[in-house]
Design a protein around this ligand. Structure first.
Ligand code: CTP
Ligand code: MG
Length: 230
């Protein structure tokens, strides 16, 4: 069995703001995208990596990743205006068979621990699919209009990435979502609607997604403190 990775990095980073989309911001001498790619480059079980960026960034990304010595990067392809289009383009660029595994990992999660990735790969090999998520830790409160309730936090998870599925299942689910006119925000929701089964793999608070300015501050502080990918 072979294992490929798609790194969607074609977003604009509206919530972070600033001139440069967050995945191209340098932290500790390396872009956030390069850091995310590095976690997969260093894992012996990963065969191929595809990065998906906006059209205007394709060439510079090819150059930076080549200079960075990322030998598993087989393609840098153009993304779409929605994340799921970017992921679909990335999956198409991997030279894998239908039974091979594809991991999708946000470029904006540069601190994915190596051991979380390994557990996710183990689970996907056993089950056919794996979604890394974080158990809710705080008390949850639901407020809809005037009605307030407190759902049991044991039933709730924050969904992270990587999300790993068989290539054939992913392609069929993308086709089904397109037919139904759906625009899934991540693969876990799409694969659930498709009826796929997958394991939930406990992630790490370090695997946070750089979304807001506070997240970027936190990332810089962690790197300055010597935290990388345990
Ligand atoms: N992404 C992508 N193509 C898109 C939208 C998002 O490849 N059309 C990628 C982003 O680059 C990011 C990941 O999907 O690595 C997760 O998305 P998110 O954190 O929402 O990033 P942005 O969409 O760029 O940020 P924002 O929603 O704040 O604009
Ligand atoms: Mg977004």
């Amino acid at each position: 069995m072979r294992r490929g990775v798609v790194i969607p990095a074609a977003g604009v980073g509206k919530r972070l703001g600033g001139e440069t989309p967050k995945q191209f911001v340098e932290v500790g001498g390396e872009t956030i995208l390069a850091r995310a790619v590095g976690v997969f480059e260093r894992n012996d079980r990963i065969d191929e990596i595809v990065a998906v960026v906006s059209r205007s960034r394709v060439e510079e990304t090819q150059t930076t990743l080549r200079r960075g010595g990322f030998r598993k990067v087989v393609a840098v392809v153009e993304g779409g205006s929605e994340r799921h289009e970017s992921v679909r383009n990335g999956v198409a660029a991997l030279s894998l068979a239908d039974d091979d595994l594809v991991a999708v990992h946000d470029a904006a999660r540069p601190l994915l621990p190596a051991e979380t990735l390994d557990r996710a790969l183990d689970a996907a090999e056993d089950t056919g699919g794996a979604v890394v998520c974080l158990r809710a830790r705080d008390t949850l409160m639901k407020s809809v209009g005037a009605e307030i309730s407190h759902p049991n936090r044991r039933d709730f998870f924050y969904v992270q990435t990587p999300q790993i599925f068989r290539r054939g299942d992913l392609l069929r689910a993308f086709a089904q979502a397109a037919e139904r006119g759906e625009t899934p925000t991540d693969e876990s929701s799409m694969m659930n609607a498709f009826g796929a089964t997958f394991a939930l793999v406990e992630g790490s608070p370090l695997n946070f997604k750089v979304t807001s300015p506070e997240d970027l501050l936190l990332l810089r502080a962690l790197l300055a403190y010597g935290v990388t990918n345990p």
